[in-house]
Design a protein around this ligand. Structure first.
Ligand code: NAP
Ligand code: HSE
Length: 431
């Protein structure tokens, strides 16, 4: 009989919501990991800002080493490093050193992968060390593996996703209970879904980083996160949620990446993150709470939809642990190579024509509706539906939906309309 394999030594960078959950998960599910890999996992070091605070942990032994020094972590001779500390610096510098030392890395850090993936992959390839990042996108949902491995021999045309748990939690809470925006955000923070700076969630930057990562793999291209047009949910009002429901829609923060092939056969990628009206029968309209979902269309598989917990410590830790198991089972691996082989141009916003929802307060007097219709007609924008609700103060709420038009034409048309409290949201098609 072969002697048992030595335990895999794992160092954790970060021991907060996700890192702390990973340590507990690897302890509680150690039998499953041994069954899957034939090896035990041993936490050899934990990097934090404030080691004193973490020595106070109760329960099973924390780790032999809790330190604020990466040198001390590297001296503990880890076989794999799991990064859940977040932020760009010093995390980037730490991971370049770890990969440079030939140590595989698994990370939950979407901003880092989206902004510095090229540099990190180059270092990983030089040193022959794996860099895995499943936990950086959609928490527990194995979407990175699906795109990078399961669908590797296919052509992906379009990817649509609910990529941020915090905002989906907030929008579904606002819709179901009429909760105010600030209360819904406070709850999402309390539940550990939000980023340390929740602006990243509510302004769409977290979803933009995830979309950049997914689009990069789906289309084999380098996507500069600054080229993802991101609009968050901070402008969405309870009135938008209510009127959308009246029309048979739900509002969701949607990330969209689409391959565009021009008449001369050149390809570009359309990318945006924006709150959209989603028809109630669409698979993405049914996604509630901190759940994430990704819909992928391509050839020859047709359509795939995956969904699951998109945020939260234990949920995200399960994705880190999955990557850890994959590293243990695949040395050497092609995952030291950068999946981004081309640089496809990003298409301008006006390359897309969507139907739009418009809600605005107008003065309730003769001719106002005609002015709005005239301004839209002047830009060749056709109205699909109109609802008007009178208020007692001499104003009216005007809600209309348009036939497909570019965002540029709509914004130019509305510039000439006198109104207040205006929301303009694109609408997702059912197909
Ligand atoms: P967190 O609770 O704030 O934990 C961060 C941990 O990293 C803490 O232990 C902190 O040390 C440590 N740390 C931060 N900066 C450090 C530095 N400069 N040097 C040493 N240690 C440092 O954050 P989190 O929610 O777990 O998120 C961590 C990462 O996971 C982020 O990249 C986030 O985007 C990603 N993520 C989070 C979720 C989620 O649902 N929370 C889901 C998916 C991905 P101290 O404890 O001493 O402060
Ligand atoms: N803050 C992120 C979210 C965590 O709400 O989706 C998961 O990446």
């Amino acid at each position: 009989m072969n002697p048992p394999l030595a335990p895999v030594r794992v160092a954790l960078l970060g021991h907060g919501t996700v890192g702390g959950s990973l340590r507990r998960l690897l302890h509680e599910h150690r039998d499953h990991v041994r069954l899957a890999t034939g090896r035990d996992v041993e936490i050899c070091a934990v990097l934090v800002r404030d080691p004193e605070r973490h020595r106070l942990e109760v329960g099973e032994a924390l780790a032999p080493l809790v330190t604020e020094s990466l040198d001390v972590v590297l001296e503990s001779r880890p076989d794999v490093v799991c990064e859940a500390m977040g932020g760009l610096e010093p995390t980037r510098g730490h991971l370049l050193r770890v990969l440079g030392a030939g140590i595989p890395v698994v990370t939950a850090n979407k901003q880092l992968v989206a902004r510095h993936g090229t540099e990190l992959f180059a270092r990983a390839a030089e040193a022959g060390a794996q860099l895995r990042f499943e936990a950086s996108v959609c928490g527990a949902v194995p979407i990175v593996r699906m795109l990078r491995e399961s669908l590797a021999a296919t052509r992906i045309e379009r990817l649509l996703g609910i990529l941020n748990g915090t905002t989906n939690y907030m929008l579904s809470k606002m819709e179901a209970t009429g909760a105010a925006y600030d209360d819904a955000l406070a709850e999402a923070q309390e539940l550990g879904y939000a980023e340390p700076d929740p602006t990243e969630d509510v302004e769409g930057l977290d979803a933009a980083a995830k979309l950049a990562i997914l689009a990069g793999i789906a289309f084999g291209t380098t996507v500069d996160i600054d080229n993802v047009r991101a609009t968050g949910i901070s402008g969405v009002r309870a009135a938008d949620v209510a009127h959308a429901a009246e029309l048979g829609y739900r509002i969701r923060l949607i990330g969209r990446a689409e391959r565009l092939t021009a008449a001369d056969d050149t390809t570009s990628v359309l990318l945006d993150v924006t709150p959209m009206l989603v028809p109630i029968a669409h698979p993405l309209a049914t996604i509630v709470g901190a759940t994430n979902a990704v819909l992928v269309d391509g050839d020859p598989f047709g359509r795939l939809v995956v969904q699951g917990a998109g945020a939260g410590g234990p949920e995200t830790a399960s994705a880190l642990a999955g990557d850890l198991v994959s590293v243990m089972g695949s040395e050497p691996s092609f995952l030291t190579t950068d999946p981004h082989v081309a640089t496809l141009p990003i298409a301008p916003a006006d390359a897309r024509r969507d139907r739009h929802f418009v809600r605005m307060q107008v003065v309730d007097q003769p001719g106002v509706l005609a002015t709005v219709a005239g301004a839209l007609a002047a830009r060749d924008i056709s109205i699909e539906r109109v609802l008007q609700q009178r208020a007692d103060d001499g104003h009216a709420t005007l809600v209309l939906t348009t036939h497909p038009c570019t965002p540029g034409a709509l914004s130019a048309a509305l510039a000439g309309v006198a109104s207040t409290d205006r929301s303009v949201l694109p609408m997702l098609e059912l197909a």
